[in-house]
Design a protein around this ligand. Structure first.
Ligand code: NAP
Length: 259
């Protein structure tokens, strides 16, 4: 098969959580351009509609489901809706997550710790369990977990260590499930991004403008990543192009971890 054909997703259906903005939107766009039908999930209905209008306007097939994935019961409800309305999900991108807080560990409340673990980890477990289970009888599936370089490295610039903890656990969850499901034709891999200029980071820059240069200066390439730069990597992991790769964690960070 010619190499570009291995990236073709015609006939596949993907669910991208957090697909309405940021890295998720660019990954959803890439899968759609490769021929997949894409379902995006997010907490804000307006953001979802904006993304559907933009991607639909580009000729892509996209649907949306609203769910607040910081709440485990909402992750379960999302699975109920998806399994009812879009039963065969071939590609699952567990992208929702974020640091949200900049609180030192000594001041972090148990409630905030739990909330951050639910947002970054528990919902990914629920979606993997339920939608991955439905992939097993079909003997083909791709699960991509969006981790972070903070899974291996506690950043200097910000606190809120529940984030590092959850991303570390998500990374090990990736490897463990990859081992269990390799024989079912399902690959499970993770992407560990470094700093990208998405809304979440624009918010931190808004609060502390010097943060933008501080971070750029700490990256060998001398700049933040642009959200669309993650898309080809997600397409690789979502397609037959990555048929012999499972349990891997692919770092994309402009060389940040080198220094
Ligand atoms: N950006 C980076 O530099 C960077 C670096 C390393 C890792 N990552 C990871 O990459 C992933 C995406 O980051 P991003 O920067 O693209 O984030 P973002 O710009 O904040 O976008 C987040 C997306 O997730 C959705 N979302 C947020 N909270 C949600 C919730 N409670 N329930 C459902 N959907 C929710 C948003 O939809 P709504 O608008 O509806 O809330 C939006 O579509 C995260 O897991 C993050 O930890 C990012």
């Amino acid at each position: 098969m010619p190499v570009f054909d291995r990236f073709n997703l015609t006939g596949r259906r993907a669910l991208v959580t957090g697909g309405s903005r940021g890295l998720g939107l660019e990954m959803a766009r890439a899968l759609g351009e490769a021929g997949a039908e894409v379902v995006i999930a997010g907490s804000d209905e307006t953001h979802l509609q904006n993304a559907c209008t933009a991607l639909g306007g580009e000729g892509l097939r996209v649907k949306s489901v609203q769910a607040d994935l910081s709440r485990p019961e909402e992750a379960e409800r999302l699975c109920d809706v998806v399994l009812r309305d879009f039963p065969a999900i071939d590609i699952l991108i567990n992208n929702v997550g974020g640091r949200r807080i900049n609180t030192p560990t000594e001041d972090l409340s148990l409630a905030d710790w739990q909330r951050m673990l639910d947002l970054n980890l528990t919902q990914a477990f629920i979606l993997t369990k339920r939608l991955g289970a439905a992939m097993i009888p079909r003997r083909w599936g791709r699960i991509i977990n969006i981790s972070s370089i903070n899974a291996f490295w506690p950043g200097k610039a910000m606190r809120g260590r529940s984030y590092e903890t959850a991303k570390g656990a998500l990374t090990m969850f990736t490897k463990a499930v990859a081992a269990d499901w390799a024989g079912h034709g399902i690959t499970v891999n993770a992407i560990a991004p470094g700093p990208f200029l998405t809304d979440a980071n624009q918010r931190w820059i808004g609060e502390r403008p010097e943060f933008e240069q501080e971070v750029a200066g700490s990256i060998p390439m001398g700049r933040w990543g642009q959200p669309e730069e993650i898309a080809p990597l997600a397409l690789y992991l979502a397609s037959d192009a990555s048929s012999y790769m499972t349990g891997s964690v692919l770092v994309i960070d402009g060389g940040k971890l080198l220094w």
